[in-house]
Design a protein around this ligand. Structure first.
Ligand SMILES: [Zn+2]
Length: 231
């Protein structure tokens, strides 16, 4: 039971290396993720639209092309926010004018109902994991770039640990190799925070570097009231 993360559940702030360590909450991680936005070669700076089902349940980010298809198929139930992109099409003979399509930042679509009432679970990727942990090594507390971080299994895979959100943390290369195939208790390396599964909304916020103000307001209002990191 020593390796049970619940064992250290009360460690949101703890003395570490002679100082009190406080992990950043979601607001700090949002600022961090967006301050470090580096549009990659494959990442368009164009905004993505937030898609909802007709009941207002949050689905996912969609490209402006997919959003345009919803408008063209008359599948938009309702929208939120001021139009954020205007597409100019060909000449519309019916209107005797060039066709113009204004896309909204938040789009509720007919026929896109979420399978279940429960929000989906974010996929566990290293990018998503490092964003959850604000690019901090959860053993030494230092901040690292993406390529200096690794996925550490708190309960090692070799000891039956699973590759799930609740059993993985960001760790720098030095801490990960020092810990080796041991539990934090065995290695004498206490975790700075309890690993947890991010909510779908938190995942959407951390996975998009070009969130528009209307979208951010909407997503923030849907964040879980209880922040697991602010214990
Ligand atoms: Zn470290």
């Amino acid at each position: 039971m020593e390796s049970d993360p619940a064992h250290i559940r009360s460690s949101g702030a703890r003395a570490h290396s002679g100082r009190v360590f406080v992990l950043p909450g979601i607001e700090a991680r949002i600022r961090h993720a967006h301050a470090h936005a580096e549009p990659g070669r494959h990442e368009s700076a164009r905004p993505r639209m937030l898609s909802l089902d007709a009941h207002g349940r949050i689905l996912d980010w969609i490209s402006w092309q997919d959003a345009a298809c919803l408008y063209a198929r008359d599948a938009v139930a309702w929208t939120l926010g001021e139009p954020c992109m205007t597409l100019h099409g060909g000449y519309n003979r019916l209107l005797e004018a060039p066709s113009v399509l204004a896309l909204h930042p938040i789009i509720a679509a007919r026929g896109h109902a979420r399978g279940s009432a429960r929000a989906p679970s974010p996929a566990l990727t290293n990018t998503a994991l490092f964003a959850r942990d604000a690019h901090l090594c959860l053993y030494c507390g230092q901040e690292f770039g993406r390529h200096q971080l690794t996925r550490d299994h708190v309960q090692p895979l070799s000891r039956g640990g699973r590759d799930i959100w609740e059993n993985v943390v960001s760790a720098c290369i030095a801490c990960n190799s020092h810990k080796g195939g041991r539990t934090p208790q065995q290695a004498g390396m206490p975790l700075l925070a309890v690993p947890y599964r991010p909510s779908w909304v938190e995942h959407l916020i951390l996975s998009n570097r070009h969130i528009l103000a209307d979208q951010m307001d909407f997503l923030r209002s849907h964040l879980p009231k209880h922040n697991p990191r602010a214990m």
